[in-house]
Design a protein around this ligand. Structure first.
Ligand SMILES: [Zn+2]
Ligand SMILES: [Zn+2]
Length: 329
């Protein structure tokens, strides 16, 4: 006895998935029909990078639902079969005994309905167009396995650019606040991107544990760490002028976040900013932040490309191993 059970989707057409790895069991959703085409495209867990056939990614609720449907169908079938053999032999004579068998179906087997959960971030993969939803923000694309860290960086830089546009429409303190905020957001976005990209590729580094916990708030330090761990020099990804701008703006963010924007000795020493005076407020203008957004995007793209390159050569030299150490960023 064989039958097909269709698994219900959420209101936006996404289907729930659950990672089969015991330590992960991560829940996410994908929209079948978007993303890679083909019959046997494997599924990648966005959280741990585990790769396997789609029929190993059922959620517990989907399995319970399918089991309950199967039980109902089986019960209905048994009742139908038995009904075919119903009989009724009435009693004959004064002391005769009649025999009959009548099948009463009883209540149907209960169906275990479920509802897919709400998730926090919806992403359309730029690489393969798959629509998927995850908890948190960062993750691997469940179809092509590309890590979304650079995509999220671009999204955040677009938001910072909109903030700058908004700043152009106002004057005074609010303008200064919006421009400073755009700068802080750009630096935080790069820090978040760098941390995730580096953690996602930690297996390719000389010290995976260290690579999983890198900070990118201080660019000069981050450059040294990335060079030591991955053999990639961040400053090679941009021009010397762009690098100076990046280092200066990252230090400006430090002043804004921790010193109320007041210049200290450390800022002067690390940026060689000729306009800076210790004890004065740091100057941030929208033209500088606009250049910063472009340079952050360029640096992010460079790091992403270099890590992808490392991942691809690792795949080539391995014997077809899969998992987070072979995915792209
Ligand atoms: Zn997982
Ligand atoms: Zn993808």
């Amino acid at each position: 006895m064989k039958f097909k059970i269709s698994i219900p989707m959420d209101e936006n057409g996404l289907t729930g998935r659950e990672c089969p790895v015991k330590e992960c069991l991560g829940y996410f959703k994908i929209k079948f029909g978007t993303g890679l085409k083909g019959d046997n495209v494997p599924c990648v867990c966005p959280y741990c990078g585990h790769r396997g056939p789609h029929d190993t990614f059922w959620t517990q609720e989907q399995l319970e639902y399918a089991k309950s449907i199967a039980m109902r169908k089986a019960k209905d079938w048994v009742v139908r079969e038995l009904k075919k053999h119903e009989f009724n032999i009435p009693a004959r004579g004064a002391f005769g005994i009649g025999i009959s068998m009548q099948v009463k179906p009883g209540s149907p087997h209960p169906i275990r309905y479920y509802r897919e959960k709400k998730l926090e971030t919806e992403v359309t993969c730029l690489g393969c167009t798959l629509q998927y939803a995850i908890y948190g923000v960062f993750g691997y694309c469940p179809d092509c396995g590309v890590h979304n860290s650079f995509q999220i960086l671009r999204k955040n830089l677009e938001l910072a650019a909109k903030e700058l546009q908004l700043a152009d429409t106002v004057e005074g303190d609010l303008k200064a606040h919006l421009v400073g905020d755009a700068l802080e957001n750009a630096v935080s976005a790069f820090d978040g991107f760098g941390r995730e990209a580096s953690a996602a590729h930690r297996q390719l580094s000389s010290q995976p544990q260290k690579a999983a916990a890198l900070s990118f708030q201080n660019l000069a330090n981050a450059d040294g760490h990335v060079r030591a761990l991955f053999g990639v020099s961040l400053s090679d990804g941009v021009t010397a002028d762009e690098w100076r701008l990046l280092v200066r703006c990252f230090q400006k963010r430090h002043l804004l976040a921790h010193k109320m924007g007041v210049i200290d000795e450390k800022y002067v020493a690390s940026t060689h900013d000729p306009t800076a005076r210790v004890g004065r407020k740091v100057v941030i203008d929208s033209v500088e932040v606009s250049s910063l957004l472009a340079a952050v995007g360029k640096l992010g793209e460079y790091l992403s490309r270099r890590l992808t390159g490392l991942a691809q050569s690792a795949v080539k030299s391995s014997t077809g191993a899969t998992g987070p150490d072979t995915v792209q960023s």
